[in-house]
Design a protein around this ligand. Structure first.
Ligand SMILES: Cc1cc2nc3c(=O)[nH]c(=O)nc-3n(C[C@H](O)[C@H](O)[C@H](O)COP(=O)(O)O)c2cc1C
Length: 321
């Protein structure tokens, strides 16, 4: 819960997705916290331009957390001091201890930090000590089913001064397979004296409300369930407050998609914005009548105006038909 006793509804960090444009759309529908794509602490330390670009924040945004990954306490601390502390547009720092991909874990980063609790705690102590903003940690249940240490590590993390933990209810070995284990998330809420955001497999407002009720978590973080439907946050608030979820007709959907594309192009430049928005646009239109023809048309366009025209034309012909 936040200060108003409402649950925290966070957009979970997703590399390749939670850029400025997607975060702005989610926040506009009531996501109370949004998290950037993961950024290499080493990249920031070495002033790598690509890493800095991932920290772009839109003037309309507030409550943005920058997620960093790494395993070297001193480098992490210096990266935060140098690149995050001076920024008033960044609200918080999140430390990645959940990324399962081989190129990250082979360096002892991401979920691999959960295997080395001592190092994990040194990383967190260093970042908390360096940061002038709240610091949070994102965990999985553990490395694999033989090492489910989120609760023991969580209890130690509670002594470090972090603000909260986001817990993805899978192990590293599961990657994204199987189901998130919400019983373990509930156990974490019970055992660890910190606000816990439960995360994993929430795709509908009903699931969100049920997970919040059953786990008693301070909030939830939603990743894939918000792609192509950032209004899920509004639908969750509506459901929590006993209202019918806001209606989303075709014009509304197209308007949101167009807005996200425009912000993406403003922030990244047209060429990159159009290409990077493609996978999200395809999710917006998934399930619409004649979606496969529409998808082909969208993929053929290379300019923002071209994509906007395809969306508008589809809307006009499907509203009047
Ligand atoms: C494409 C993709 C990219 C992701 N990137 C990150 C990341 O950069 N940092 C992170 O902590 N988790 C990352 N995750 C994990 C999500 O934050 C989240 O924990 C996971 O998707 C489960 O939640 P969901 O079922 O709501 O998507 C990523 C997940 C996906 C699908």
């Amino acid at each position: 819960m936040n200060a108003t006793n409402k649950p925290i509804l966070a957009l979970a960090p997703m590399a390749g997705y939670t850029d400025v444009a997607f975060r702005v759309m989610c926040a506009s529908f009531g996501a109370t916290e949004t998290v950037s794509e993961m950024v290499s602490a080493r990249g920031l330390y070495h002033e790598d331009k690509k890493s800095y670009r991932l920290m772009e924040v839109h003037p309309q945004e507030s409550g943005v957390s920058i997620q960093i990954f790494g395993s070297e306490p001193e480098i992490m601390a210096q990266a935060v001091e140098k690149s995050i502390n001076p920024r008033n547009d960044i609200a918080a720092v999140d430390i990645n201890m959940g990324c399962p991909v081989p190129k990250i874990v082979k360096n002892g980063e991401g979920a691999a930090l959960m295997k080395n609790e001592d190092l994990a705690l040194r990383v967190v102590d260093a970042v908390v000590g360096a940061s002038n903003k709240p610091v949070s940690v994102k965990l999985r249940l553990g490395w694999d089913f033989d090492s489910l240490n989120c609760i023991s590590l969580g209890k130690k993390l509670a002594q470090t001064g972090i603000s909260h933990i986001t817990l993805h209810g899978r192990t590293r070995s599961q990657l994204y397979t199987g189901h998130a284990n919400w019983d373990m998330i509930a156990e974490m809420v019970e055992e660890v004296p910190l606000p816990i955001l439960g995360n994993g497999d929430i795709t509908t407002p009903q699931e969100a409300v049920q997970r919040l009720k059953e786990s008693k978590a301070a909030g939830i973080a939603i990743g894939r369930g918000a792609v192509g439907k950032p209004w899920i946050f509004k639908h969750i608030t509506d459901t929590l407050e006993g209202r019918e979820p806001m209606e989303c007709n075709l014009s509304f959907l197209m308007e949101v998609a167009r807005k996200q594309l425009q912000i993406a192009c403003e922030s990244k430049g047209e060429k990159v914005g159009v290409v990077q928005m493609r996978k999200q646009l395809l999710t917006y239109v998934k399930g619409l009548p004649h979606a496969s023809a529409l998808k082909q048309e969208l993929l053929a366009e290379t300019t923002m105006d071209g994509v906007l025209a395809v969306l508008t034309q589809y809307e006009d012909s499907n509203i009047s038909s």
